[in-house]
Design a protein around this ligand. Sequence first.
Ligand SMILES: *Cc1c(COP(=O)(O)O)cnc(C)c1O
Length: 376
Amino acid sequence: MSELNPMATAPYAQNARPFLYGGELEGIAEVLASGQYGHGDVTEQFERALADFLGVDDVMAVASGTAALHIALTVAGIGPGDEVIVPSMTFCATVQAILACGAHPRFAEVDPATLCLRPRDVMDALTPRTRAVLPVLYGGRAVDLSDIREALDEREIVVVEDAAHAFGSYRGTARVGSTGDALTCFSFGPIKTLTCGQGGALVPRNPGQATRARRMRLLGMAESPAERARHITYHVEGFGLRAHLSQINAVIGLAQLKHFPALEAQRKELWRAYAEALDDATGVHLVDVDVERSVPTLCAVRVPERDQVFTALRDQGIGVGTHYPPNHLQDAFRRWRRPLLITEQIGNEILTLPFHQMMTTDDVRFVAKAVREVLR
Ligand SMILES: *Cc1c(COP(=O)(O)O)cnc(C)c1O
């Protein structure tokens, strides 16, 4: 067991990790005792809690953030041969979700200060085959494409946002997911700010999308699990995945959501502590997450000689990471490779610092000091 005991090492040894607020274990025990492990009342309670939190009519819980993206792209009409503009600077899951639809990624550049897609990056990447744009809300920062909304509408290009990092963040005065101009996808994976152990959600934009998405997450069956329990037969109406959210996972999310204000306050505090402790540190560029409006998922910096810095910090037991190796340079995605000089440079410089709720601001200052010393 000792290897599984996170307290055996300092919090800063881990780049990211879940945090239990209380209620998760009791919830899991209740679900286990209930004998209902599939999609059920608890999953739907979690969906309603998410909808209330975001201030939207409907949220659909699914098995992962990747499944949310796959389903969202599909119900937005993306299919074989379509092209989806996506920043290369993202987790490979974003790209795999595009391929899962039979569509192709069109890799785009990002703003080196935020690692997010700008309107002009989208316009630069546009081709006649572009059917969707998939912004990634890097670190938790909202992406605003309203400047090119008309240009996208004219071409019937839809926006599906990868908000795996941005649950609880705001764009202007609206929570991400409630802005009304994109299909929004969240992840509740093990290292996301709010976790279900594994899970995700999407916010459909209209009832038609919601119906298709509900069908697709449960093997294409028209009837809900509750209806199936009452009916003699069921009807398969289209392609589907086994991508529902288990009640075992949903109950974890429900427990976590109750503590969101504490989570939000702590993550902002930790991010601000890094910003202060690294202010004017030679060679360090902090990736700006817009902490006023965001619930940060990552604290990322760009540094020179990143590989040496990474190794030196790891040798001191500090859990640094590299989110992300650019996707357009991955072998599996080489068919869609094109030169993206800014992203390639970011890929060589990016370093993510330990960032999770087991950490204190003292841990942050310890890490920041080590970064400064390594760069000296
Ligand atoms: C975590 C993550 C995903 C995928 O979510 P899963 O729940 O792990 O499937 C997609 N995009 C980004 C940017 C992520 O960080």
